[in-house]
Design a protein around this ligand. Sequence first.
Ligand code: RB5
Length: 162
Amino acid sequence: MCNQYNIKNVFNTMKPLNEITIGIANDHAGFEMKNFLMEQLKNKVKDILNFGTNTGESVDYPDFAHPLAIAVEKGECDFGIAICGTANGITMTVNKHQGIRGAVCWEPEIAKLSREHNNANIAGLPARFISYEKALEIVKVFLTTDFEGGRHARRIEKINIF
Ligand code: RB5
């Protein structure tokens, strides 16, 4: 006997990893982690759009975060990865865009829940607080976990209504 509480409403909208295009943006605190992730992911995903920055010279994260957010909103990227020292500034910036649900992800489980419950489309990584290995685990989970829908769909619809 099924009822609304034991039916898992999985959308099954996830593309296979090798069909996903990701966008990645970062400030000076995140450029080395970005390079590591791009190297690890380049043969696993379809394409990676790099929005910079590409050096350790001090920059302002919104200059790189907004172009990433626009590309994700337009559907040019399936998902985004946004990296700064804490993940806070760059995630705050992408979340100014109506179509973006950016989640600060510091553990793989947080990344998983940000997809399952929040349908997050940009993962914010705190480069100064997590290892490269953890960042890669987070990204892998984020890119391969589907949104659960159901009650969570109603909740994320309400995010833009106030
Ligand atoms: C840069 O020093 C730092 O402020 C930035 O990477 C980020 O942590 C801001 O939220």
